[in-house]
Design a protein around this ligand. Structure first.
Ligand code: PEP
Ligand code: MN
Length: 274
């Protein structure tokens, strides 16, 4: 099966621009950071303002994008599902105030048109990697970049072929996100597939970001996974950050506090990984 999808392989490497932040430029990894879910206007503002003040101005690290989930793909129907369009507005407002580009997860093809004017980019979550109606709607109806997460049970070729759906239908600005696969390590939530990083670099011409929070499942593992991802050549990391992680409505064990996040970025910069 390897080699089946060709657009993902052919042609020059193509960095994408998320609101002016370039993802996929050699030696210039990015950071996509923010809460698992946008819980209210204040918490996303606080996160964005902190990033602008302490990371962009304080540390001088400018290649940063604000993330926040607005519709959440939860395992249980009784868990918090996200605030939907209200959250999209809060995310946009917080990003504009702080001067940060914003990205959210798109789960439903019916949301694509509305998201077009509201966010700088979208990601497709792991569970929707092979949702072809969603991919086709994004290819035709979303003007910005699309970042495609790998399903936790997907082969590399299945993931690349899902990206091929976007490319083959006219979407040029596509990047990939590795976020861990199901494994036999019961101490972590998923198993970060570090091996996939050089493989995707060899096989595909698309930028690759590594979500280091969802494989970790707990905060204490996040810094080591961030170092590993960047050392292995990822074009960036995605990290969940929350002003009060202990009170988060989703993924509270893995989100970093704001100060903890600043320390992580500082150490990654000292190690020349960022
Ligand atoms: C997320 O990034 O908030 C998320 C739900 O991730 P995944 O789709 O990788 O589980
Ligand atoms: Mn999450």
């Amino acid at each position: 099966m390897p080699g089946k999808c060709r657009l993902v392989r052919q042609g020059p490497r193509r960095p994408i621009s998320i609101g002016g932040v370039m993802v996929g430029e050699q030696g210039k990894p990015v950071v996509i950071a923010g809460p698992c879910s946008v819980e209210d206007r204040e918490m996303i503002r606080e996160t964005a303002d902190y990033i602008a003040r302490e990371i962009v101005d304080g540390l001088g690290f400018k290649r940063i994008i604000l993330r926040g989930g607005c519709w959440k793909p939860r395992t249980s129907p009784y868990s918090f599902q996200g605030h939907g369009w209200r959250a999209v507005e809060w995310l946009r407002e917080a990003g504009d105030r702080a001067g940060l580009p914003v990205i959210t997860e798109v789960m439903d093809p019916r949301h694509v048109a509305g998201l077009a004017g509201m966010v700088d980019a979208v990601w497709v979550g792991a569970r929707n990697m092979q949702n072809t109606p969603l991919l086709l709607e994004l290819a035709s109806g979303f003007p910005g970049p699309v970042l495609l997460k790998r399903h936790f049970g997907a082969l590399i070729e299945e993931w690349l072929c899902a990206a091929e759906y976007l490319l083959a239908n006219g979407k040029e600005d596509v990047a990939l996100i590795e976020r861990g696969t199901r494994g036999i390590n019961e101490y972590a939530r998923f198993t970060l597939d570090v091996t996939v990083i050089p493989i995707v670099k060899q096989e595909a011409r698309l930028p690759l970001v590594v979500d280091v929070s969802h494989p970790a499942g707990k905060r204490s593992l996040v810094p080591a996974l961030a170092r590993a991802a960047l050392a292995a050549g990822a074009d960036g990391i995605m990290v969940e950050v929350h002003p009060e992680p202990g009170r988060a409505l989703s993924d509270k064990d893995q989100q970093l506090g704001l100060e903890e996040f600043r320390r992580l970025l500082e150490s990654l910069m000292e190690m020349k990984l960022l």
